[in-house]
Every structure is written in C-alpha cells, then in structure tokens.
Write a protein that binds this ligand. Structure first.
Ligand code: NAP
Length: 282
C-alpha cells in the first residue's frame, strides 16, 4: 500500500466549513432546505437517501423527501418538481436517477429550476460546466473527485488524466472539471481501442465504468494516482470499485478505496451545493 486517499477526512474538513456557513445563514434568517424526489424504492436510492439525511442533519440542512410510487405518471413528477421550484423555502432539488423507463428523463432534467439544480442535471448547468464556468452546479460525484484533489493537494495542471466512462453523471463532468483545472484529459469508453495502453499513459486514472475490479495492475502505470468512482457488488456480494484494489494499491502512488473513498465525499458536496443555492436564492 502506498498512499490511501480516504474520503472521510475530506468530508470532515468540508463539514467544518459548511457548519459555519449554515450558522451564518441562520443568523440571516435563511434555513437551507433540500427536496429529494425519489421514484420507487430502489435499494441504491434508499441507501443514498439515508446517507444524505444523516449528513444534512449534522449540518443543519432540512430535507423533504418526496417519495413517489414506481408507476407515477410523467405529469405527476413534473407537478411535484414545479411545486419544489416555486416553494421559496426549498433551495435545492435532487432527483434520484436512473428513473423508471416509462418516465422521460430529458423532460424531467429540463423541469428542474437551474438555480435549485444541486446535482447539475439541467441542460443549463451542463452547458455552464462545459464552458468551464465555476458557477455551474456540477453533478455531486464528479465534484467530489475534484474535492479529493484539493484536499490532498494533488496537482492537476498539465498532468495527463485518463477518465474511464463517458456518462453525463460522472465521466464527462469529471473530465470537464479536470480540464478546467488545466489537466490534459482523455475520455475512454466501451469502444476505446487499446484501453490498457491508454490507461498506462495516465498520471491520473479516474475510473467510472461500473465494472467490478475491471482495472487491473497491468493497466496502471507505477506511480499513477488512481481515483475509483465505481460502486459495484461482486459475485460474492461484496461492495467493490472498478479497480482491482489489492493489486493496484501495491504499485499506484495513491488510490481511493471503495467503500470509503469518493462516495464518502458526495453528500458533503451536495450539502455545499444546497448552501450555495440558499445563499444565492435567500
Ligand atoms: P454508466 O452510465 O453505466 O456509464 C458507464 C460508462 O462506462 C459508459 O460511458 C461506458 O461506455 C463505460 N464503460 C462500460 N464498460 C466499459 C469497459 N469495459 N471499458 C471502457 N468503458 C466502459 O455509469 P455511471 O452512472 O457513469 O457510473 C459509473 C460508476 O460510478 C458505477 O459503478 C456507479 O455505481 C458509480 N457511481 C458512483 C457514485 C458515487 O457517489 N461514488 C455516484 C454515481 C455513480 P459507453 O458509453 O461506450 O457505453
């Protein structure tokens, strides 16, 4: 094991700052509040919801859970979003994804007020993020990767970053955030040729593909920084990342664990975004 990049110290440092910020807002009569819109009862969503409720209660942020049935209609989801958009006491809106197939996700992404879009799902925030505008709300997981670098003082300028995965939730926004920090970024995906060669070229390898232990030691250059965003359950029911942690941690300069890495920072980023929205909206 070289250097372990754990998420908890990052989340703790952020919480210290965020507690002060919520206290200041309360003095100004502003009580930050997040609305979670959850459709159905997927175990992943319920476990993320529990983690959010715990983090927000520690930080003095109110949470309203709008739990909708699995077979909810498009109109009903949009009506609930309109209510949250118009409610002056609600500062942030988070819609759990993926949504059931009968719902039109593109329309739902457009239905969230961009000023309350704390998980960066609206086209307006995506556009700002791709322009490199720091005011954009980035998806929380993508932002959590950057928070890890900031906390552990990992240099990004001019470094070769390879991002595995090109989803709009993780891969692409991470790539844009790191590009905005002057990294030289390559995005790889399931059609990339010679993937192992591309990975070995990386000073920093960010893995977000959703394949248990897919990235093996022969794909990683010695002394690379490895950020594992993946959350997978392997054949034996164990929670693991996209990286073969045991083998890769022997040669990488530093590596994030799963669990306890990037995932542990995501709820703190969400809190940060709700506080930012509350400050802006008032
Ligand atoms: P996704 O939407 O399924 O996207 C996966 C991406 O990986 C796609 O771009 C896909 O390529 C690429 N890919 C799949 N298999 C590949 C392979 N063998 N080689 C190269 N690229 C491959 O997943 P996601 O939502 O981005 O999530 C990715 C991972 O992050 C998952 O494990 C998820 O659970 C985790 N996650 C973690 C957090 C957190 O808080 N830590 C939050 C969200 C997601 P194509 O585009 O070519 O199909």
């Amino acid at each position: 094991m070289r250097k372990l990049l754990a998420g908890a110290p990052v989340a703790e440092a952020m919480s210290e700052r965020l507690l002060k910020e919520t206290a200041q807002l309360r003095v100004a009569g502003i009580f930050p509040k997040l609305a979670i819109v959850r459709v159905g009862e997927r175990p992943d969503d319920l476990s993320y919801e529990r983690a959010i409720l715990k983090r927000m209660s520690k930080l003095g942020i109110d949470v309203e859970v709008v739990a909708l049935p699995e077979d909810v209609s498009q109109d009903d989801v949009e009506a609930r979003l309109a209510q949250a958009n118009e409610d002056p006491a609600t500062h942030g809106i988070l819609v759990f994804r993926p949504l059931p197939e009968h719902l039109d996700e593109a329309r739902i992404r457009r239905a969230v007020d961009p000023s309350k879009d704390v998980d960066g799902m609206s086209p307006q925030n995506e556009g700002l993020l791709f322009e490199g505008d720091e005011q954009a709300f980035a998806p929380c997981t993508a932002q959590a990767v950057v928070e890890m670098f900031d906390h552990y003082r990992g240099g990004l300028r001019g470094r070769r970053v390879v991002v595995l995965g090109r989803s709009m939730v993780v891969g692409r926004p991470v790539a844009m955030l790191l590009l905005a920090r002057d990294a030289t970024v390559t995005i790889c995906h399931s059609k990339t040729k010679d993937l192992a060669d591309r990975c070995r070229e990386a000073d920093i390898l960010v893995c977000a593909i959703g394949r248990a232990r897919y990235v093996t030691a022969d794909m990683v250059s010695p002394d690379a920084v490895v950020i594992d965003v993946g959350i997978n359950v392997d054949a034996s029911g164990e929670l693991v990342g996209d990286v073969d942690y045991e083998a890769v941690s022997e040669l990488a300069a530093s590596i994030t664990p799963v669990p306890g890495g990037v995932g542990a920072v995501t709820t703190s980023v969400l809190a940060d975004h709700v506080i930012r929205a509350a400050r802006a909206i008032g």
